[in-house]
Unconditional design. Structure first.
Length: 339
C-alpha cells in the first residue's frame, strides 16, 4: 500500500478513536458524576466569559469557529441563545456541539478525499484539505441552528400576537386594568410541560452557569402554553408583581425574544398606557389592524414560495423521467437507424 494512503488511513483511524474516547468519557461522566466530573467545570463558564481550563474539544471548536467566522464573545452568544429559545443552553453547550459537527463533517470530508486519492491521481494533500474544509463547514452548523430557531420564533411570535392581541384588547376593555387583563388572558392558556430534552439540558448545563445566567436559562426553558404571546404576558406580569417599574420589566422580558418590531411596539404601548400617557386599548386596536395586514402579506408570500417549490419539484421529476426513459429510447433509435 502506498505510504501516503497508509498515512491518511492512520489519520482517519486516529480521529475515529478520539471521537469514541470522548463519547465514552461523556458517558462515564453521566453514569459516575462524582468520579469523572472534572473539578474545573464549575469555573469554565461564568457570566459571559471563560477561562483557560476549557476542555480541549471546546478550544478546538472555537478555533474552527474563528476560521469560519462563526465565533462571538460569550456574552453576545448567550444573548442570542436566549432570544432564539435556547437551541443550546450555554456557550459551553454550543461549542461542545460545534466540536461534534467539526469532527463529523471533517471525517466525511477526509473520507471523500481519501476516495478521490485512491480512485484518481490526486495527491494525498487533497484528502487533508477536504477534511479541513469539511470541519470548517461543520463549524457553521450551530450558528445555522440558532438562525433557524430565531426565524421560527419570530414567525411564531407574529402569528401568536396576531390572534392573541384582539382577545387581550377585549379583556382589557372589560376589566379596564392592564395587569388584571394580562392575568385573565394568561389564565386561559394551559401550562406547557417541559420536554424531556429540555430537562436534560437543564440537568447537564445549568450547574455550570453563573447564578444570574442560570436563573435566566431556567426561566427561558420553562415555556407557557406553547403560545409565545401568552409567555410574554406571563413574564411581564411576573416582573410587575415583583414591584419592578414597567420600563425595567419590559427591558427584562425583551431579553428572551427575537428583536421583533410588533413586540417592541406592543411593549412601548404597554409602558405608556400603564403610566397613563396614552389610552392603551385604543392604541392596541390600531396595532391589531396593522398586524392583521402584515399577516396577510406573510401568508401571500408563503403561498408564492410554496408554488415555486412545487414547480421546481415537478420540473425535477419531469427531467428525471426524461433522463431515465427518453434518453435510452433515443439512443436505441439512433442505433437502429444508424445500423
Amino acid at each position: 500500500m502506498d505510504r501516503s494512503i497508509l498515512f491518511l488511513l492512520i489519520v482517519l483511524a486516529s480521529t475515529s478513536l478520539w471521537v469514541a474516547l470522548m463519547s465514552l468519557l461523556g458517558g462515564l461522566q453521566q453514569l459516575l458524576p462524582g468520579v469523572f466530573t472534572p473539578t474545573a467545570l464549575e469555573e469554565r463558564v461564568g457570566k459571559g466569559g471563560r477561562n483557560r481550563r476549557e476542555p480541549f474539544t471546546v478550544r478546538l471548536a472555537r478555533s474552527f469557529g474563528r476560521l469560519a467566522s462563526q465565533t462571538k464573545d460569550d456574552e453576545s452568544l448567550q444573548e442570542s441563545l436566549l432570544r432564539a429559545g435556547l437551541p443550546y443552553v450555554s456557550p459551553l453547550h454550543y461549542y461542545s456541539d460545534m466540536f461534534s459537527y467539526v469532527m463529523l463533517y471533517g471525517a466525511a470530508g477526509l473520507g471523500i478525499g481519501l476516495v478521490l486519492t485512491t480512485r484518481s491521481s490526486a495527491p494525498p494533500l487533497v484528502a487533508l484539505v477536504a477534511g479541513f474544509l469539511g470541519g470548517l463547514y461543520g463549524a457553521t452548523q450551530p450558528n445555522d441552528d440558532v438562525k433557524k430557531w430565531l426565524r421560527r420564533r419570530t414567525q411564531d411570535l407574529t402569528v401568536d400576537m396576531t390572534y392573541g392581541l384582539p382577545r387581550l384588547v377585549l379583556i382589557l376593555e372589560a376589566y379596564g386594568e392592564a395587569q388584571l387583563a394580562m392575568r385573565e388572558f394568561v389564565g386561559k392558556t394551559a401550562d406547557r410541560e417541559i420536554s424531556d430534552k429540555q430537562k436534560q439540558k437543564q440537568e447537564k448545563y445549568l450547574p455550570l452557569l453563573d447564578s444570574d445566567d442560570a436563573i435566566l436559562v431556567g426561566q427561558a426553558l420553562t415555556g407557557f402554553g406553547g403560545n409565545l404571546f401568552a409567555e410574554v404576558l406571563n413574564r411581564l406580569g411576573g416582573q410587575l408583581s415583583q414591584g419592578r417599574p414597567p420600563a425595567a420589566a419590559v427591558q427584562h422580558v425583551e431579553r428572551f425574544y427575537p428583536r421583533h418590531a410588533a413586540l417592541s411596539n406592543f411593549l412601548n404601548i404597554f409602558v405608556a398606557g400603564v403610566e397613563g400617557k396614552i389610552p392603551m386599548a385604543e392604541r392596541l386596536e390600531v396595532m391589531v389592524e396593522e398586524l392583521q395586514q402584515d399577516t396577510i402579506l406573510i401568508q401571500q408570500e408563503a403561498g408564492k414560495n410554496a408554488d415555486t417549490i412545487i414547480t421546481i419539484a415537478a420540473t425535477a421529476q419531469l427531467l428525471t423521467v426524461m433522463l431515465l426513459v427518453m434518453v435510452p429510447l433515443l439512443l436505441s433509435a439512433a442505433r437502429l437507424f444508424g445500423g
